[in-house]
Design a protein around this ligand. Structure first.
Ligand code: ATP
Ligand code: MG
Length: 440
């Protein structure tokens, strides 16, 4: 991508409305724009990061055996009347009427709709277990939307829903998502700790919130320090192994970890003093097992091996991609801007032409840009005629992991500089060596 032809509206000044660093940096880097309170457009740079986050989420959901579909944002009120939640949900639900005066709503979540899909076609235990997910916009008319896309009214959610014949089956389904979440957040460069959580208005029996420790987090959390160094389940984890996944769950729930709603002071004080961590956190995921809470009122049942009908046991599993992007920034930035983990960086490499219009600099940059693009790298080429200082500041701000800098003096020697955004380390090398480093 040539910056001269891209759309990346950088802000020079710090936006006054931004209270936390991720919101400030997302606005300054031209990633998002607020359209009305708590409702955002994702501009091209932000969209690239969001897509990469979603690709990792999708990959890990698929690995764990969940199946992707797509459900609409607008739902009919009827389904919610069946479950009893149409009245229970309150003002967070945006209620709409269509031209026939039929009550509709902008979905805050999809338990009812997915249960309807399930009951319309699954009739036998032989079709279980089943886990269906989508990545879709949600709307909750939050009383206090704030911190940019961290707590917005319209936001994206990956929501998965599992169906099993028995409670034991449902626990295995829960454990699959538990392990998938550990892997997902790790690949996003984050350390998320599963904490015992309140089941809230969705209701249920077993529930964990996945929390990232951050000073700007809205939740107050208490946990054992050792979680910070626990091993993440590997790529070859067998998601069909009931014992294997139970062992992962047991290990990751063996030490104290709870949000303030579930906090047990006495249990926490039993943790040796040096192991106690009380901090602020950001909730990036939440999983629930809620049994037959929806399947009973909505009549979602299957024939069991005993020939009788059984209400299915369900769970739901959310991740917030549009919250994860600022959460990653909260965890990874410095005074100059964002520092993206390579897995979600909007571009892999930025090529900075320090003197656009200078033949040797132009030729060198074109050569590097073409070679790296051909090798499958996402490259941003800063070919604008801005001052070098402005270009360096922009490159640091948008947080691309590697900068290749071509200035007249180095280029005259057949060399460029390669800078690591995270460490700031710079290395001068031949043009060929710079290309080879990222092509090999
Ligand atoms: P919170 O406690 O932060 O209000 P919640 O418990 O209501 O969230 P869930 O229903 O568990 O949220 O939703 C699953 C995930 O969706 C959350 O873990 C979070 O990552 C994301 N999410 C929920 N509400 C918002 C929001 N207003 N803005 C952005 N992401 C959100
Ligand atoms: Mg929650």
């Amino acid at each position: 991508m040539r910056l001269s032809r891209y759309f990346m509206p950088i802000l020079k000044e710090n936006p006054k409305e931004a209270e936390i660093v991720s919101h400030r940096l997302m606005l300054r880097a031209g990633m998002i724009r607020q359209q009305s309170q708590g409702i955002y457009s994702w501009l091209p740079l932000g969209k690239r990061v969001l897509d990469k986050v979603n690709a990792i989420i999708r990959d890990e959901q698929n690995r764990a055996g969940a199946i992707e579909l797509s459900m609409p944002t607008l739902q009919s009120a009827e389904l919610w009347q069946e479950s009893g939640r149409y009245d229970a949900y309150g003002k967070e639900m945006l209620r709409i009427k269509d031209r026939q005066d039929r009550p509709m709503l902008y979905g805050p979540t999809n338990e009812e709709m997915v249960t309807d899909i399930f009951r319309s076609s699954v009739k036998s235990y032989k079709d279980l277990p089943l886990n269906l997910y989508h990545i879709q916009l949600k709307f909750r008319d939050e009383i206090r939307p704030r911190f940019g896309t961290m707590r917005s009214r319209e936001f994206m959610m990956k929501d998965a829903y599992s169906f099993d014949l028995t409670r034991e089956g449902a626990e295995h389904s829960y454990n699959k998502m538990f392990a998938a979440y550990l892997r997902t957040f790790d690949r996003l460069g984050l350390r998320a700790i599963p904490m015992r959580a309140d089941t809230g208005p969705i209701g249920g029996k077993l529930s964990h919130e996945f929390i990232i420790l951050a000073d700007t987090g809205e939740s107050e959390v208490f946990c054992h320090k050792d979680f910070v160094d626990f091993d993440i389940p590997g790529a070859h984890t067998d998601f069909d192994s009931v014992e294997g996944l139970q062992a992962i769950f047991d290990k990751w729930t063996s030490l104290y970890a709870a949000t303030s709603e579930m906090h047990d002071e006495a249990a926490f004080n039993a943790v040796p003093e040096g192991g106690r961590l009380s901090a602020r956190g950001i909730e990036v995921g939440h999983i629930f097992y809620f049994g037959t809470k929806y399947s009973e009122p909505m009549g979602a049942k299957v024939q069991g091996p005993d020939g009788k009908e059984h209400f299915v046991h369900m769970g739901s599993y959310g991740i917030g991609p549009t919250r994860l992007v600022p959460a990653i920034i909260e965890a990874s930035h410095d005074d100059n801007g964002i520092i993206w983990p390579a897995s979600v960086a909007p571009f892999d490499i930025v090529v900075i032409n320090m003197k656009a219009g200078d033949q040797a600099c132009d030729d060198t940059c074109e050569l590097i840009y073409a070679a790296l693009t051909k090798a499958g790298k996402d490259v941003l080429y800063d070919d604008t005629d801005d001052r070098a200082g402005t270009k360096f500041a922009t490159a640091d701000l948008i947080g691309v992991p590697v900068q290749i800098i071509a200035g007249p003096r180095a280029v005259a020697n057949g060399e460029v500089e390669v800078k690591d955004r995270k460490t700031g380390a710079r290395e001068t090398m031949t043009i060929e060596a710079a290309i080879n480093r990222f092509v090999a």
